[in-house]
Design a protein around this ligand. Structure first.
Ligand code: ZN
Length: 308
């Protein structure tokens, strides 16, 4: 059996999996605000998993909503108390075992590349578009960790200025300190920003999705612009990582027909002679993060660049 822990902004989910990474039992607890309380809550989930499995040596992995520098051991979590903290080492002190800790988008990619919607593809990019935009790359089922833990952080790639001009969108400031990042436009809040540029009435990602379903012209224009941006991002992914399959996760990708819209936009953006990667929706949905976290603990899981 394997245990996965998915640390989120509002809840910490623990899920016990069997040897084939099928979910057996899960437990959710609220995410506390202070760092010490956060480590304690993660420790509680580790103990719950060990008890549920009846195995004090249960293999457990942890996904967090931020970056992990595997050389320094520091976590970078803009929205949690763990910013610049050695989370894995502090959790080790709490539970007595050094558990693998990885970015949650990378856990998603690992899960979908192994038994999920990316199964059978040699190179899989797991792309999450929700309240933020992030991802991870798996080659032959193995997660690419890169040098600094960054590969897949595509939400902070800058959109080409000519494309924003074409779409009559301004270069908006991003939370990362730069301007014109994909995340600022493609995320759920980003859809609302695009809508605000085109439509007088205020909107949210949810109201735009509802408007699209109802045939509203303003919502259609918003999602058409969004799709061109998403297609351009896939073009950049192809030029840099060339995935065979892109697996989509996150709330925004639940908009009906979104994968086809991205594919059509990509077809107009790509270099003419290149083939098109397939785009699939996640098989395990919201559970893929915790499933991938559990996979980090697999004895044969070795990221493509191992840390010491
Ligand atoms: Zn950014």
């Amino acid at each position: 059996m394997y245990g996965g822990i998915d640390l989120g902004g509002t809840k910490i989910e623990a899920c016990l999996h069997d040897g084939g990474f099928n979910a057996l039992e899960r437990r959710r607890i609220p995410t506390p605000s202070g760092y010490g309380a956060l480590i304690d809550a993660l420790g509680d989930q580790v103990e719950w998993l060990r008890n549920a499995a009846g195995d004090s040596g249960l293999r457990i992995g942890v996904g967090i909503p931020g970056l992990v520098d595997h050389t320094s051991g520091l976590a970078y979590t803009a929205n949690l108390a763990a910013m610049n903290r050695p989370l894995a080492q502090d959790l080790f002190r709490r539970v007595g075992t050094l558990l693998p800790v990885e970015n949650d988008c990378k856990c998603f990619a690992l899960s979908e590349a192994n038994g999920g919607a990316g199964e059978g593809a040699a190179t899989v990019f797991g792309l999450i578009i929700g309240t933020g935009v992030g991802g991870g790359i798996c080659v032959d089922g193995r997660l690419s960790r890169g040098w600094t833990g960054l590969p897949g952080e595509v939400g902070h790639i800058g959109i080409p200025a000519w494309l924003l001009d074409d779409l009559k969108l301004e270069q908006l400031a991003c939370g990362c300190g730069r301007k014109g990042c994909y995340e600022t436009y493609l995320s759920g809040p980003g859809i609302a920003r695009i809508s605000a540029a085109f439509n007088a009435a205020p909107a949210t990602g949810e109201t735009v999705a509802a408007g699209l379903a109802a045939g509203d012209a303003g919502a259609e224009r918003t999602i058409a612009a969004w799709s061109r941006l998403a297609g351009e991002l896939i073009h950049t992914l192809q030029l840099t990582l060339d995935p065979e399959r892109v697996v989509l996760g996150g709330g925004v990708t639940l908009i009906p027909g979104i994968a086809d819209r991205i594919l059509q936009a990509f077809a107009s953006a790509k270099l003419a002679p290149t083939r098109t990667p397939s785009i699939a929706l996640a098989r395990f949905g919201d559970s893929s993060g915790v499933r991938g976290a559990a996979m980090l603990a697999r004895p044969d899981h070795q990221p493509s660049r191992a840390s010491s």
